[in-house]
Structure formats: C-alpha cells, structure tokens
Design a protein around this ligand. Structure first.
Ligand SMILES: NC(=O)c1ccc[n+]([C@@H]2O[C@H](COP(=O)([O-])OP(=O)(O)OC[C@H]3O[C@@H](n4cnc5c(N)ncnc54)[C@H](OP(=O)(O)O)[C@@H]3O)[C@@H](O)[C@H]2O)c1
Length: 392
C-alpha cells in the first residue's frame, strides 16, 4: 500500500484556538489527523471552549492569558484528567516552546503573540504565522531571529501564503510587483457620503470572509490591506514600491506576482482560510485532499479586478505613507489603528474618525528606526497613549 504521509506527523501548538483562525485550524487538523497532532492550545479567556477542544483532540497542554479564566479552568474540572495548565503571558511563552511540539501556529489577535513567537523561533520551531500585527510591529527583529535560528516562518494570512507559493525560490529583484488582492470589505459599494453613518454592526458584515471583529473592521477601512503590504515587504524582502493592492471582489485570486519580464503568477482558491492553514501546516508536503473543496472549474465564474479608490480607503494611503517613511512609522500605524478600531467598536468614535486618529498619531510622533525590541515596544505603548489621547 502507498504511504499516506511523506513526513512525520507534525505536533502543533495553536495560540488563539478559540478564534476564527483557530476554528479553521481545528478543521484542518481534524481532516488530516494522520499528519497533524494538536499538542497545545491557548486563548485569552474562553476556557469552556478550550475544554471542548481538549477533549475532542486529546490535548494535554492548555494556556489561558486571563488570570481569572486560568483559575476557573484549573478549578472547574471541565478538562481531561492530567491536563497541564499555563497562565498569563508567561504561560503563552511556555506553550510556544513546548518540547513535544515542532510547529507553533500563532493566531492571537493583536501583538500579544510577539514574545511567544520569538521564543518559538529561538527554540527552532516552525512558525505558522497568522497574526499580521507581529510583523508590522517588529518584523525586522522577527525576521532576523528566524534567519539566526534557522526556524522556518510560513505565512498563514491568505495573501502572504499565496505570495509565498508564487514567489518560492525567486529573488526579490525578479519581482516587479507583488499585488495583493482586496475584497473591499463591507462598504465597497456604499455611496461615499453614507460612510459617515456607519455603525459597528455594519462594519462587521464582511461580504466574503467570516473573521474576528478587529480584522473585519480592518477590511472595511482597508487598514487590513495596509498592514498586509507592510507584512509582505518584510516577509519577502521587497521595497515599498514593489508591493501593491488591487480590488478583487470575489476573493478567489489572493495574490498576483508580476515578474520583471511581464509574466504573472497567481494563486487561486475559494475564500476559506483552511487552504493557507493547510499549506503552512503541511509544507513542503501537499495534503492529499483539501479540507474544503477546490474551485469548480467546470462551472462558469468570472474574476473582476479594479484599482482601489483612494478616497474610500484613506487607511491604505496612510499605510503607504508609513511604509515609505519606514523606521517606527509602521509600528505607530498599527498601534494607532488598534486603539482606533477598539474605540469605534465601543461607539466612542465614528468610522470616518479611524483614519483621522491614525493620521494624527503618525503626525504627532517621531518615526526614527527603533534599535531594539524594547524600543519598539516603548514606541508601540507611546503610540497607543497618543492615539487614546486624540480619541479622548
Ligand atoms: N480571521 C481570518 O480570516 C484572518 C485572516 C488572516 C489573518 N488573520 C489574523 O489572525 C489573527 C487572529 O484573527 P482571528 O480573526 O482569528 O481573531 P479572533 O476571531 O478575534 O480570535 C482571536 C483569538 O486570540 C485569542 N487571544 C486574544 N488575546 C489573547 C491573548 N492575550 N493571549 C492568548 N490568546 C489571546 C482569543 O481568545 P478568546 O477567544 O479567549 O478571546 C481568540 O482565540 C489576527 O492577527 C488577524 O489579523 C485572521
């Protein structure tokens, strides 16, 4: 009988197991149990959901960032006998370096996954990285750490995973443009004047993807694409002018790599995160079957592309400005956006005020290049303080 797997079974720690990426990762692991084993899981506070996952996948190592959730999980008796619990930021770091794991999938929203990612890199784990904020904040340090340890960093974000597949083995100088596609988010077809009336519930309706609240609002403003351009620049060693975005409403083509000779390679799959997750978790192997169905090429469908309207998406222009400025500007952009989106979701500012808060924070701060991680973290904290002050 033909062997079912080329590589030994991957032992995976999943940080952010209760989120949207977490849920898709669990579907991939369930579909490929002969190749993937879940050995550790973590979330912020949803301990009951983690208990269900622990039973279903036979997971022994469980982390909860929130102290009261950690205490409740330990006391509650919902978890399988013999569960080892990890609490707080230190718990996430311990899980990221778990000796029995070889792969860590980082899908914690925001930047709480930064130190666990760096620890996992130092421990030479393979990193499957979903949390885009980590590279935007500290890409220079994360990429240098991965180069130094030889740890493999595989992008899970659909556009970057697509770019990885299109660019694999090609020098940055051969790339004329890496074009990431954008769905346009919830308001791509709204009249511009109506954007002043947007409520959080409107921004949380994504036309193509089911995702967590922060990334769904980021899609509506296109801060998401801005963060992704910065992430692409960092992951693939490109110049700002080599990274571009185009509107593509179907979310079927995830990235187009245009080479200097004018040829283009694109990656296509339906808008489901199981495709990039499965690619990253099994790389360089290919799954014998997809977790979700591939595109039905025997049925008619069309693909639309159009330029991004600058007036509708000022957050994309601000991301370009941050990329061109370089230094600490991308980290400031990211921090100010996180604060502004949280304020918008709590109805403290309007949708149109999100870019204003980010622009004012970028204008108010020094953009010099942080020399070390401590300086990046201080810059991040200062940008959050300045953005909160603008909101107040
Ligand atoms: N969703 C997508 O399709 C997608 C696509 C590309 C990239 N991404 C990126 O992937 C990341 C996750 O996105 P998501 O949509 O899955 O978010 P989400 O649905 O909001 O889930 C976030 C996950 O992170 C956990 N978490 C939050 N803070 C934590 C902390 N301090 N320590 C440990 N766990 C923490 C949450 O736990 P609780 O449930 O307990 O709060 C939850 O499991 C984001 O960086 C996003 O930009 C997402």
């Amino acid at each position: 009988m033909a062997p079912t797997s080329l590589l030994p079974r991957r032992r995976v720690v999943l940080l952010g197991a209760t989120g949207s990426i977490g849920e898709n990762t669990l579907r991939v692991i369930a579909a490929h149990r002969d190749r993937l084993e879940l050995v550790g899981i973590a979330a912020h506070g949803k301990h009951r959901e983690l208990a269900v996952i622990a039973h279903k996948f036979g997971v022994r190592h469980v982390g909860l960032y929130d102290a009261s959730a950690h205490a409740a999980a330990k006391a509650g008796g919902d978890f399988p006998a013999g569960t080892v619990f990890y609490g707080g930021p230190e718990g996430l770091r311990a899980l990221a370096t778990l000796p029995e794991a070889d792969t860590v999938l980082v899908a914690v929203v925001g930047t709480a996954g930064l130190h666990p990612t760096l620890d996992a890199i130092a421990a030479q784990k393979t990193i499957a990285l979903a949390s885009k904020e980590i590279l935007v904040l500290a890409g220079k340090f994360v990429m240098a750490a991965a180069r130094a340890s030889g740890s493999r960093l595989l992008p899970v974000d659909s556009e970057h995973n697509a770019a990885f597949q299109c660019l694999e083995g090609r020098a940055p100088a051969a790339v004329r443009r890496l074009v990431l596609t954008a769905s346009g988010g919830a308001f791509r077809d709204w009249p511009l004047e109506k954007l002043a009336e947007v409520a959080p519930a409107d921004a949380l309706q994504h036309p193509n993807w089911a995702m967590g609240p922060k990334v769904t609002v980021d899609s509506a403003t296109m801060a998401n694409k801005g963060l992704e351009l910065i992430e692409a620049q960092c992951l693939f060693g490109l110049k700002p002018e080599q990274c571009d975005a185009v509107l593509h409403t179907q979310s079927i083509v995830h990235c187009v790599a245009e080479f200097t000779d004018g040829s283009m390679l694109a990656q296509l799959c339906p808008p489901s995160m199981t495709f990039p997750i499965q690619h990253a978790l099994l790389y360089p192997d290919r799954a014998p079957e997809g977790t979700d169905r591939a595109l039905p090429l025997d049925k008619a469908f069309s693909l639309d592309f159009r330029p991004v309207e600058a007036a509708r998406y000022p957050m994309l222009g601000l991301a370009r400005q941050a990329m061109n400025t370089g230094g600490g500007a991308p980290a400031i952009y990211n921090a100010a956006n996180e604060v502004a989106v949280a304020a918008f979701l709590k109805c403290k500012i309007t949708f149109l005020e999100i870019p204003r808060v980010v622009e004012q924070t970028l204008d108010a701060m020094n953009h010099s290049d942080p020399a070390d991680l401590a300086t990046v973290l201080a810059l991040d904290a200062e940008a959050r303080r300045v953005a909160s002050e603008r909101i107040a």
